[in-house]
Unconditional design. Structure first.
Length: 139
């Protein structure tokens, strides 16, 4: 991975082709970034099974972040990760794109409804976790 710019102190982080942990977390150089307002299904950890759509959500984030990625930091979580709104060559709003795909959901506790329209679109079109009548949402 080639790091273009790391400006975390000023609230901006930028890199090329970050590594992706799961559908809502990536690493941009030395910085771990949690996508603001996005809740992705958990991937397998030890003996705990992956939640439905976990690997699809991670694969989508990998595809959306193949080129340049930028993030505006809005806070820090309890794990020391930057919480940020991000964009890429593939999408002007990664957070909304992931939620709109139906593979992740809006984490309203933190987003305060910022991505309500994206989630409503995913529900209405029955994408991803919303495909069945009984959606399994992360958390």
């Amino acid at each position: 991975m080639t790091v273009l710019v790391i400006l975390a102190a000023s609230g901006l982080i930028a890199c090329t082709a970050p590594s992706v942990h799961d559908g809502d977390t990536l690493r941009c150089g030395p910085d771990r970034v949690r996508l603001h307002g996005v809740d992705a299904p958990e991937v397998r950890r030890g003996q705990t099974r992956a939640q439905p759509f976990a690997y699809e959500a991670r694969a989508l984030l990998v595809r959306l972040t193949r080129g340049r990625v930028g993030c505006r930091v809005v806070g820090q979580d309890r794990y020391g990760r930057h919480v940020a709104r991000c964009w890429s060559d593939a999408s002007p709003d990664l957070n909304a794109a992931l939620i709109r795909s139906g593979l992740t959901t809006e984490y309203r506790r933190y987003s305060k409804g910022a991505y309500a329209a994206a989630e409503a679109e995913a529900r209405r079109t029955r994408r991803g976790v919303w495909a069945s009548g009984q959606p399994h949402t992360p958390r």
